[in-house]
Design a protein around this ligand. Structure first.
Ligand code: ADP
Length: 175
């Protein structure tokens, strides 16, 4: 990346991110509900290096990010080796999913290839900061997200304490 001077004129991430208004929408995968065939069609109809995984097409709440190459390799392997995986198999990026109907082909579970905490900025992050993040972390891409909430260390400790009461064998890790 070029030196910082390039972005001194108060550019925001929104000025550089894609898609632009005139572009096709962001190509995303849903965490469940797509078939192997649909995922293959999406991947083959674009050249993008990766795809955000979202909760649903309506919400676009972020689950993670999956690389094109990992998707293609996993689907190819599964088609060759995993018994019963066909074009109509459901692709599942969730940890648990409802049992498939009796006559449905077995699902293809791909949670293992999802980066579950991809780096993010907001559309209002100044570009010089975004460039710094790319440089310091050696990123190839970064997702642009909206604010949904906040989590503090105390929120986590309270949650872990509750969890412990329900499952007394577990001890909270020291944060
Ligand atoms: P690069 O920019 O390194 O060639 P990509 O091929 O992944 O990387 O991206 C090409 C262009 O498409 C970039 O402008 C990027 O912002 C955009 N892009 C990348 N992934 C997606 C996606 N899943 N949906 C829509 N646009 C994307």
């Amino acid at each position: 990346l070029e030196p910082k001077e390039e972005f001194q004129h108060s550019s925001l991430t929104a000025d550089v991110m894609r898609p632009r208004r005139s572009d096709p929408p962001l190509a995303v995968l849903t965490q469940e509900g797509m078939t192997v065939e649909e995922v293959e069609a999406l991947v083959e109809s674009t050249h993008y290096s990766g795809f955000p995984v979202v909760v649903s097409q309506d919400s676009h709440r972020l689950v993670g990010f999956v690389l094109r190459r990992d998707l293609l390799i996993s689907i190819d392997n599964a088609r060759k080796r995993q018994e019963g995986v066909v074009g109509a198999s459901q692709v599942v990026f969730t940890e648990h999913s409802p049992a498939p109907a009796d006559d449905a082909p077995p699902p293809l579970r791909l949670r293992g290839i999802v980066d579950l905490s991809p780096f993010t900025v907001t559309d209002h992050t100044p570009m010089d900061i975004t460039v710094d993040i790319f440089r310091k972390l050696g990123l190839r891409q970064c997702l642009v997200t909206k604010l949904l909430g906040i989590i503090t260390k105390k929120d986590i400790l309270k949650h872990m304490a509750n969890d412990c009461q329900q499952r007394p064998r577990l001890h909270p890790l020291q944060l």
